[in-house]
Design a protein. Structure first.
Length: 205
């Protein structure tokens, strides 16, 4: 095995260990010493692969983003009959996002709980990975609002994502009132449907 192969194998072991720690205990469970032990390496070996723990967390979180991306993709193709119904697509995407967050609560929480060390910015590659999620919303938005420019559609996609995320976050945290899972799911789909209905005016204008 070459040095590059060993580094790649260690990188994979470290990221997998970080993912398991986050899934089990959230970000609070991600301890460098435990990650090294589980990956079968010395503590210092972590920093031959990653410059710091922030980089390891971002890499693990990027895999969570990829998993959400796959879930949203599946939601769009699950029912081909809905391909001509952008409102139904938005509702399905909202429900898929909620479903992932519900099943993978700690991994989902870690996406929003992680904070970079003071004075440091989230790297561009990670921001790009976050932005890729919004493309799923842009497909139905293009049908609802064909007159929007690509830039305007991208901004609207972020706004819609933020609205759905807010409902999901408050619902899962039970911040406002107890919210049974099925009620939260219906509420999330209803929000998407209401937003789609208001956007229908774009197409009619």
């Amino acid at each position: 095995m070459t040095t590059a192969d060993r580094h790649q194998a260690l990188r994979e072991a470290l990221v997998a260990a970080a993912e398991r720690a986050i899934a089990s205990e959230g970000l609070a469970g991600l301890k460098a010493r435990e990650i090294a032990r589980e990956a079968g390496c010395a503590l210092g070996a972590i920093y031959t692969i990653f410059p710091d723990l922030d980089a390891l967390v971002l890499t693990a979180n990027a895999r969570t983003l990829a998993a959400i991306d796959a879930e949203l993709s599946a939601a769009l193709v699950a029912d081909p009959a809905k391909s001509a119904d952008p409102a139904a697509q938005l509702a399905d995407l909202a429900a898929a996002y909620l479903d992932y967050a519900t099943r993978n609560r700690r991994r989902w929480d870690a996406l929003f709980a992680h904070r970079m060390a003071e004075g440091r910015e989230v790297p561009e590659w990670y921001r790009a990975r976050q932005t890729e999620l919004f493309r799923h919303l842009e497909t139905p938005l293009a049908a609802l609002c064909p007159g929007l420019s690509a830039a305007e559609r991208a901004v609207l996609a972020r706004s819609l994502f933020s609205a759905v995320h807010g409902v999901v976050s408050l619902g899962l945290d039970q911040k406002l009132s107890p919210m049974p899972p099925q009620v939260l799911r219906e509420q999330t789909r209803s929000l998407a449907a209401i937003l789609a209905k208001s956007l229908e005016q774009c197409r009619q204008a």
